[in-house]
Design a protein around this ligand. Sequence first.
Ligand code: NAD
Ligand code: DAU
Length: 339
Amino acid sequence: MKYMVTGGAGFIGANFVYYMLEKHPDAQIVCLDLLTYAGNLHTLEKAMESPNFQFVHGDIADRGCVFPLFEKEKPDYVVNFAAESHVDRSIKNPGVFLQTNIIGTQVLMDACREYGIKRFHQVSTDEVYGDLPIDRPDLMFTEQSPIHTSSPYSASKASADLIALAYYRTFGLPVTLSRCSNNYGPFQFPEKLIPLMIARALADESLPVYGTGANVRDWLYVTDHCAAIDLIVSNGREGEVYNIGGHNERTNLQVVHAVLEGLGKPESLIHYVTDRPGHDLRYAINPAKIEAELGWSPTRHFEEGIRSTVAWYVENREWWERIISGEYQEYYEKMYKNR
Ligand code: NAD
Ligand code: DAU
């Protein structure tokens, strides 16, 4: 079986590549990635040693790249992780989110139609459902929750979801979708909450918490997400959406405290900054469907997962220190100055 994994040089895609190489030693993996600021070939160094893995540099939105690649490789399965994924960047510059997340998904599905595949899996997000009130812990997102997006990022992901479902209904393309909550673990780019806080706390720099820090996210260890996608791709029903979540809601402040505790750093590093425009209040996933249909459930408890994630960043300083030099410095200045 041959898998095309797009966006495999990013956080979740790379974890998926390693998960699949271990879990399915016979599977061939072709990783297509544009290596944007978020893509990192160092992350894939170990995978490159495997004869079952190959890396292709290219843009999912470029037909001239995607079609010949499909013709040559004829993948059985396509798992689309490639995306612009950071909400804050989508607020500064929405255009590229529409191009990659919407047009890129369409180009991939057109290639799937042209060359034939067993499954196209679109990796989506709980953000397509908008947010939930903080004072209604009884409410959670199900697959039936209405699409109600807040940011250009989530609107672009929701658009791609709808187009994927349209390709299923109209053209019979064998599509599945998953909508996952916030992931954490190794190889996450240090612009996202957890790695950003770890990197800054290690340098005794201030930790920028948006608003009051009361916003809630439902955190899932990244390999639990990878396991869920693997199950959906092989056993999920075509045309279906599967929610994936960790039963693990935490306020941002609780997460930052967990990082500080893991590093033995003081609370005085916390610095409250101006809130994100349109900031979603709370996400909470009800994963009952994937649990009942496919027997998936999260395996990693947050307390243990955050400890091992903090330890990973401490032990792999070289990986993220390379990133936070250079262009990243300008990014931090632009996003957080005067905030
Ligand atoms: P990431 O930003 O870490 O990685 C994205 C990868 O896509 C990078 O390697 C980048 O180079 C590549 N890419 C970007 N544009 C491309 C293009 N035009 N062509 C080819 N490659 C391109 O993202 P992530 O956090 O790993 O998220 C992966 C997917 O999972 C995204 O679709 C995201 O919407 C979704 N998701 C993420 C989370 C999360 O918590 N991070 C949760 C749920 C869903
Ligand atoms: O829910 C799934 C989504 O989770 C994915 O679809 C996105 O790709 C992924 O980036 C993530 O989106 P969030 O916006 O929730 O993640 P982020 O790490 O940017 O922020 C998490 C929370 O922390 C959010 O409430 C904003 C807050 N935050 C973030 C940063 C970067 C801060 O308070 N300070 C910060 O500096």
